[in-house]
Design a binder for this molecule. Structure first.
Ligand SMILES: [Zn+2]
Ligand SMILES: [Zn+2]
Length: 273
């Protein structure tokens, strides 16, 4: 790895879009590692004369972390979000969300996960992706990103094919950090909520970290009657049991503000025919 490499700025990896996913690859300055000849491993001889294969001490960590990033399933449109820091707060509540997410990463695994509530377009997913990008690429933590809606359809498909329950849920339970994006989105039936309950309970029992984003608001955060009527309540979407587990697993953070993707954009009326 070259400190002054112009392509990767000394990180040793590059991230690009490939299909639907953000994919990381080793930079050319690492491929030609002088320690291992670019193989990523070295043959080591110990004192007793045994030889074994060991990860290269120069580039082995970068290779492992790049691999972890690629296994996390980060959507292509977030390929530029490699750090929590890239999030720009637009409201006081956003500053707290940013502060918490930063500390969560820096102190991992000491701080519990977070659940970000608020309207679409405030950067909730950005913060969650920033956290898992850093955890994989810098700290070598196994993470997984799942859109709630896709998660349910994947589970349904697997069950319909007769895949055993454990096998379907296992990767979701085993990953150290799981992001569930847009929790509660779409119509959910009893069966789906039951699966979700199993997943959350198993992660809770195994003390695994879960990060959640949702457009719904937890009942305790509703401040006025007006807001109560205006907004859908998280507990009503996912049930009181799941919500109360999440309360224990996550720091609940409410993000206020307008959709910044829409802010400043004029709404064009369709032309009259
Ligand atoms: Zn480079
Ligand atoms: Zn090497």
């Amino acid at each position: 790895m070259e400190i002054g490499c112009e392509r990767c700025y000394g990180n040793g990896y590059l991230v690009e879009k490939r299909g639907n996913l953000a994919v990381s690859r080793i930079c050319g300055c690492v491929t030609g590692c002088s320690e291992c000849g670019g193989r990523g491993v070295n043959i080591v001889k110990d004192k007793k004369g045994y030889t074994y294969i060991s990860a290269c001490r120069v580039c082995g960590v970068i290779r492992r972390n790049v691999n972890l990033y690629n296994l996390a399933g980060i959507p292509a449109k977030y390929s530029h979000v490699l750090q929590v820091d890239t999030f720009q707060p637009k409201h006081e509540t956003h500053k707290y969300a940013l502060k918490y997410a930063k500390e969560f990463v820096q102190m991992y695994p000491q701080k519990r996960g977070f659940l970000l509530m608020g309207k679409a377009g405030l950067g909730k997913t950005h913060l969650a992706i920033g956290a898992i990008s850093e955890l994989t690429l810098k700290y070598g933590v196994r993470c997984l990103f799942k859109d709630f809606f896709f998660l349910l359809s994947e589970l349904k498909e697997a069950y319909s094919l007769g895949t055993p329950e454990n096998e379907v849920l296992l990767p979701l339970i085993e990953t150290e950090v799981l992001v569930i994006d847009e929790l509660g989105k779409g119509k959910t039936n009893e069966w789906e909520l039951n699966i979700l309950d199993q997943l959350i309970s198993k992660r809770y029992n195994a003390s695994k970290t879960t990060l959640i984003t949702t457009n719904y608001i937890a009942r305790d955060f509703v401040t006025s009657q007006e807001e109560y009527e205006d907004r859908e309540i998280l507990e009503e979407r996912v049930g009181a049991r799941i919500a109360s587990r999440l309360y224990e697993m996550c720091e609940f953070i409410y993000m206020e503000g307008r959709d910044f993707r829409k802010a400043g954009k004029r709404v064009l009326k369709p032309p009259k025919l």
